[in-house]
Design a protein around this ligand. Structure first.
Ligand code: TXA
Ligand code: MG
Length: 345
């Protein structure tokens, strides 16, 4: 692939003049990595199929895995979808701008490259003000998957975007660390009953407060059966993996400690909670948040998975997170990184 010079700009305000250049690159069919409140996204003009194809190339992403379209204003939603049902409108009113993606039947202006040839389109309005300012400057909706090489942990800061995509994209807009740390909640309303496809900071309870009963796709918890057709193409790909093998060890701290003591050598690391670190002297410890605080775990999980490789571990033993509320999002990412390898102790 053609190697280009990737320009890195640091931005702290949505009024920063440098964002004009980001908008211009996008308008002209180029790629810009943008900050959002969830993770960094790799953006292109969503209505330009040639620009969108470059996203797949830069990430090495399978072409049937559709992209999320990002908007900065509600008026941009209507042209992308066949219609906006009442339920969708209610969700948007309550949770946009924010970490929620809503899937609806698509209109003809959405290229097949964006929808992965499905007849639906995923849309979200990010709450990050710099992200919305970039969309405004580009003056088009932006297709943006997470800005990592396909299969790697999603990037929560510009350093990791650079390490995956340097030389492959025109620009990275660095606005510091992402607040949420895991990708948006994805819900489809293009189904008889609203269905949660990917858990995130907008929890099942928050969705039910607007929609009434929802279904949670079994792929949120479990490995997809070998021949099953996934509700979301992304479910079938290996995800979020460090190079190291991740093993989740489920049990109270003392049992966890006993297990790692018996199974560790110089090539192993432990992925534990902050409170545990002191009690695991002698191990290579990497922490991911506080034990009873799923939000703090979400903020750290992807960064921690990258740090596992940075310390050169071959195997990492992770503590099992809480699975309710926001914890479901943390569990969902960790269990994929671990390829569903959970040991109960
Ligand atoms: O927080 C986020 O959503 C981030 C930031 C950058 O906004 N973006 C993100 O995009 O996570 P990506 O491409 O890494 O994840 C999109 C997920 C994939 O699993 C994809 O399969 C699913 O959403 N998806 C997209 N469009 C879909 C559709 N029409 N039907 C079903 N699943 C869809
Ligand atoms: Mg992704």
């Amino acid at each position: 692939m053609y190697i280009m010079k990737t320009k890195l700009i640091k931005v702290t305000s949505p009024d920063d003049k440098n964002l004009e250049e980001a908008g211009a690159i996008l308008k002209n069919g180029g790629l810009v990595a943008i900050p959002t409140e969830t993770v960094y996204g790799l953006a292109a003009n969503a209505l330009d199929s040639e620009a969108v194809k470059k996203i797949y190339q830069a990430k090495g992403r399978p072409s049937d895995n559709p992209l999320i379209v990002h908007i900065s204003d509600l008026s941009q939603w209507k042209p992308l979808v066949r219609e906006i049902p009442e339920k969708a409108k209610n969700l948007a009113v309550k949770y946009w701008p924010g970490p929620l993606t809503i899937i609806l039947p698509k209109s003809d202006i959405v290229p097949a490259e964006v929808s992965g040839k499905l007849d639906t389109v995923a849309v979200r309005m990010p709450s990050n003000e710099i992200a919305r300012a970039i969309i405004e400057k580009a003056d088009v909706p932006l297709a943006a998957p997470s800005a990592n090489t396909s299969g790697r942990p999603s990037p929560t800061n510009a350093k990791y975007v650079l390490s995956d995509l340097d030389g492959k994209i025109e620009m990275i807009v660095d606005a510091g660390d992402c607040e949420v740390g895991v990708e948006s909640t994805v819900i489809t309303l293009a189904a008889p009953v609203p269905r949660l496809l990917r858990p995130g900071a907008i929890t099942p309870e928050m969705l039910e407060s607007v929609l009434g009963e929802i279904e949670i796709d079994s792929a949120v918890y479990d490995k997809l059966a070998k021949d099953a057709v996934p509700s979301s193409p992304g479910m079938k790909y290996k995800h979020y993996s460090p190079k190291a093998k991740v093993v989740i060890v489920k049990g109270e701290f003392e049992s966890y400690k006993k297990f790692v003591s018996e199974n560790s050598d110089e090539s192993t690391a432990v992925l534990c909670f902050e409170e545990d670190a002191d009690k695991l002297n002698g191990f290579k410890t990497i922490t991911y948040g506080k034990e009873n605080d799923s939000y703090s775990q979400a903020t750290r999980i992807f960064e921690a998975l990258r740090e596992v490789d940075e310390v050169g571990a071959k195997t990492v033993y992770a503590r099992f997170p809480e699975m309710s509320g926001m914890g479901l999002a943390v569990f969902n990412r960790l269990v994929r990184a671990a390829a569903f390898n959970i040991i109960e102790v």
